[in-house]
Design a protein. Sequence first.
Lengths: 315, 439, 178
Amino acid sequence: DTLALSSWLPPRHPIVVNAIKPWAQEVSDVTEGRVKVRVLSKPLGAPPAHYDMAADGIADITYGLHSFTKDDRFERSRIGQFSFLGDDAVSGSTAFWNVYSGALDAQAEHEDVKLLGLFVHGPGVLHNNVRPVAAASDLEGLKIRVPGGYIADLMSDLGAETLFMSSGEVFEKLSRGVIDGVTFTYEALTAFKLTDDLKYTMRVPGGLYNTTWFLVMNEGAWDGISEADRTAIEAISGATFAERVGAAWNAADEAALVAINEAGIEITDAPATLLETIKSKAAVHENTWVQAISEDGFDGAAALKDLRAQTGVEY
Amino acid sequence: MIESLIGFAVLLGLILVRVPIAFAMAAVGGIGFALMRGWQPAWAMTGQIAFDSALSYSLSVIPLFIFMGNVLAGSGVAHGLFAAADRLFGRTRGGLAMASVFSCGGFSAVCGSSLATAATMSKVAMPSMRKFGYDDRLATGSIAAGGTLGILIPPSVILIIYGLLTETNIAKLFIAGVVPGVLGVILYLVAVKVAVWIKPDLAPDVVTEREPMTRADVVGVFCVLGLFLFIMIGIYGGFFTPTEAAGMGAGASVLIAIGLRTMTWRDFLTATFDSVRATAMIFAVVIGAELFSNFVNFAGLPDALAMLVLDLEMPVWAVILVIMIIYMILGCVLESLSMVLLTVPVFYPLMYELPFANALLQDPEMALIWFAIVVVVVTEISLITPPVGMNVFVLKSVLKDVSLGTIFKGVLPFWYADIVRLTLLITVPWLSLWLVAAM
Amino acid sequence: MERFRQRFKSDEDGLDIGQLLQNTLGVGAALILFSLILVTCVDVVGRYFFSSPLSGAFEITELLLAALVFAALPLTTERKEHIEVDLINVVLRGPTQRYLSAFAGLFSAALLATFAWRLAAHAFSAAQDGAVTNALNIPLAPFGYLAAFSCLVSAFIAFTRGIEPPRDFDQDVRDNND
Ligand code: NA
Ligand code: NA
């Protein structure tokens, strides 16, 4: 039985090359060829449609970001978007899988699909080409491209002017001076060829923000697989997959850091006062989220604490 | 693989019995997908693709560039272009036909569509050529062919669509079209010369009496030149993105129309309504093609083709030759937009696979840009190839008393010139790429 | 459609569906097109001269484009401006042409009706999920309902043409933009 996996990232993206495709191959290996996964050469829909595409059976397997569409469906996934969550993608992804699929019952929020994997990328940082950010006042008036969601709110709380655009447009807007900076991972700087247009990078322990991803399979397709093969696939998915994809992100971040150092971009840690400011602003958003999910009987504060304990971020 | 070929056959059948191409593609794509994956997924895909395709930031350039071309067409600047070109060529045999070709090239620099270029220039250039006794064949042929340059010389709707299908930088695609476009103009001028040399009765002996060039004509030329430079400098000088250039160009065209005071309010409304209808027409094709290409992709045609090419170890030139033959055959019956939307997703992955001998094409991005220009030129050829040549139909709709056969005969010299150009562009990729590399 | 239109036109101050569409959806589409131009110009000019770009220009552009496409679809359908390949009519005679034309009309109507249904379903689930745009929190569902409505109107137009295909076939091709 061959399952179709719709992949919207560029075919040479590190996640596709080092995580999605190897996983697809491994599915075939562990099921001794009874279940094959075909990665389509072109996606069957726009990136934001990929969750629904798996639910509706347009494709059998898809991956994507929970924040692609802004709606009420993945409220508890937002635990993975906050600041100070993890310094690398392996520990971050593994902890996110453990906490969200465990205490926060991720499967319940992923209705109509089989949840195979959850992961985050490397720590998000703040890049700009105007000045090093050492205090909140340095952020005043900086035009920062943000992806939306928590980090957009946090940046505007801190006094930056936030702008929205597709990530593919960041290069042009940055080189044309429309924006002064961007919240991104290290990897994105090289992926979008931004190293020549940026000068300063500010990081905080555990990352300034993150984005959360899913790997899901159509329920009917999952049910069509034999019990033994499902167990075999589960063994290479979940936490194992989180580790694999985390390693792929880490490798991409490390390669990017070499290029960033070569380009002479100055990387600094947020000083203690600024860190305290960020923490107090971040706490407001965390509390709002904790309140929201407590209505459904989930303990967000404990979950956040557990996640940070698993990744070892001092908080 | 076999499913895709059946799909293509059914699609051609529906198109031949006059079902609109957009709806035929959507139906075959949706039903084909349903037969392979089930109805529920196909239903879901239909709604989602229809909505998402229209909700696209990059595609917003389509209505904007179309509107820009339509407003400029109505504002009378094309007359100025023709009058100026007449000054350049008017004194030689076939001079007016050469002026038509030249001014078509000029109008292409502010109009993203071949059909709109041909329609606009035919209204300006035909009356003069008829007045001075040009043979209908040469007169219509020069405009039908000259108009095809609209999709090669930037801005170009087809290059934008290609850029989106293949994720290639649109600014680079635009700059790549400049040299091949100029080459097209030159070869068409040569084609006129050769045609009147072989058949002197195609054009009268030297026309001495020339239309006077009015002040409005001069202003018109400067407006076209200025707008083209505004867009190009805006994009390549780093002031705005290609997507924003369309909005700025559309805004500037309205200012030009107001400044020239040649356009009535009624003409302006007509240009606006024409633009919105053309937009819906194009998006219907885009949505249909998206559904069809999902079916073809799911059926595995692009993968199968790539495997086939690698297994057979075909030399690069043979692969390109086969692709070009397929395009020439499809170009007989298909219309340009649907041809690009249907074929590019199937063929472009091959550009990654083919180990090009030429050093310039080692970079897959360069190979994709070069392929874009080749595809656009072969699409231009399809616009004047019988039986379905959209540019020829445009000329026919403007000049009801001329037969289709006459126009198709008239484009023949230009068709030969196109084959020469296509061969040059395929064998010398540098022609398309040196400006890109120089930027 | 032609006969339909004749029938309506025969009234003193008759109703011309083409004119009616142009005065409603057409004017709406035209205004959307002007807004589209304005959004880009304000964004670009704003950031160079006043150093204040339009924060959500990206999203506004996307939504305006979707609204423009679907508002204009019935106009395109009414004017028969969808691209067709006019090859077979050279060979065929009148009655067969009429049958084929009826087939093409009903085929188009069925397809457009399907689109209307699927778009409505898509919009309904977007409404249920509470889907909004990332930056400006604009709900997506209304745009889906607009799209569904306009496909339904287009389907109706294509249907009337299918049951009463025009007698005379105009060979001319309008100057569509490709
Ligand atoms: Na052009
Ligand atoms: Na043709």
